[in-house]
Design a protein around this ligand. Structure first.
Ligand code: 8YV
Length: 323
């Protein structure tokens, strides 16, 4: 039997690419550029499987085709709000993702951001590299203590729970959890977390709020002006989820008028473009979508995609099917 034809839309870790090429008739995107909608339209006529990433916007323009050859989109990443599941369903295409294998690394990065914004690490590094450090003084770049504070976690799924573990067991933080569905008591107990049914009620009680919910239309601007106004003026907001979850204009407003303490963002609405006004605020820490960017996680994500493809082409239900 001919090997399935598989299109990898970006460069992946070498070990994963090698394995893909062994098992499948794999086309690697050596140019490593996001696919344009017209390239995607051509691809779904030619490939049995497409392996997209967050940089491939897969909506109506990309999926315009009467009878696609593609039967599975095996996404490299856990978030799939860049894929329009309704349009995909019209073609009967299966979609899978890569949960679990990046949860720890993404939570590590969220904790990094939390510490950086609280302790003003970005400001300090910029000052030092600019040759502007004049020496130790008692009032220099004084930040906020993290240990023992209250962390509100929005989205208490796999990554949110890993964040809670770090914050609670490493830093003695008190954990509040907002999640759309009830969280099992034993899961909450692992970090002595309290589930708060209403996000509006949770926000005023938090020193830090970390976002771990999915993106997409359902959570667009979940953190809007009204919710930012419920946060304390010395509280910090951390986002490693998706840019659209925060209304960035409202966040800028909150920073300009000092109604929150600061924010740390790994994801942006419309990334890789970043609203230039965000760059002007010293109370913002910003990273270029590095949540899962470790050798270990990126390899594991690739092998998880391969597992899903092997299941699918062997006629089994892929373990990470999302539609
Ligand atoms: C991925 C992410 O690296 O998995 C996710 O949802 O946000 C990232 O960590 C990215 O999505 C690659 O497609």
């Amino acid at each position: 039997m001919a090997k399935p034809r598989v299109l990898v839309t970006r460069r992946w870790p070498a070990a994963v690419e090698a394995r893909l090429s062994e098992i499948f008739d794999a086309q690697l995107n050596l140019g490593d550029k996001p696919l344009l909608p017209e390239e995607f339209r051509t691809a779904i006529r030619e490939y049995d499987a497409i392996l997209p990433t967050v940089t491939d916007k897969i909506g109506a323009p990309a999926l315009e085709c009467d009878k696609p050859q593609t039967r599975i989109l095996a996404n490299y990443g856990v978030g799939y709000s860049h894929i329009d599941l309704n349009r995909v369903a019209e073609h009967g295409i299966v979609v899978t993702n890569t949960p679990d294998v990046l949860s720890e690394c993404t939570a590590d990065l969220a904790m990094t951001l939390l510490l950086m914004v609280a302790r003003r690490a970005g400001e300090g590094e910029r000052e030092l590299r600019a040759g502007q450090w004049t020496g130790w003084r008692p009032t220099h770049l004084v930040g906020t203590k993290v240990s023992g504070k209250t962390l509100g976690i929005v989205g208490y799924g796999r990554i949110g729970q890993q964040m809670a573990r770090r914050a609670h067991h490493g830093f003695g933080m008190k954990i509040l959890a907002y999640n759309r569905s009830p969280v099992a008591p034993d899961v909450l107990a692992q970090c002595q977390a309290t589930q708060v049914p209403d996000l509006d009620d949770m926000l005023p009680d938090c020193d830090f709020v970390s976002l771990h919910c999915p993106g997409g239309a359902g959570n667009r601007h979940l953190i809007n002006a009204a919710r930012l106004a419920r946060m304390r003026s010395d509280a910090f907001l951390i986002n490693t989820a998706r840019g659209e979850v925060i209304d960035e204009a409202a966040l800028l407003h909150a920073l300009w008028f000092d109604t929150i303490g600061g924010a740390a963002l790994d994801v942006f609405d419309g990334e890789p473009a970043v609203n230039p006004q965000l760059l002007e605020s010293d109370r913002l820490v910003m990273l270029p979508h590095l949540g899962s960017a470790t050798r270990e996680a990126r390899e594991a994500m690739g092998f998880r995609v391969i597992d899903n493809l092997q299941d699918f082409f062997a006629g089994r239900e892929p373990r990470d099917r999302v539609n």
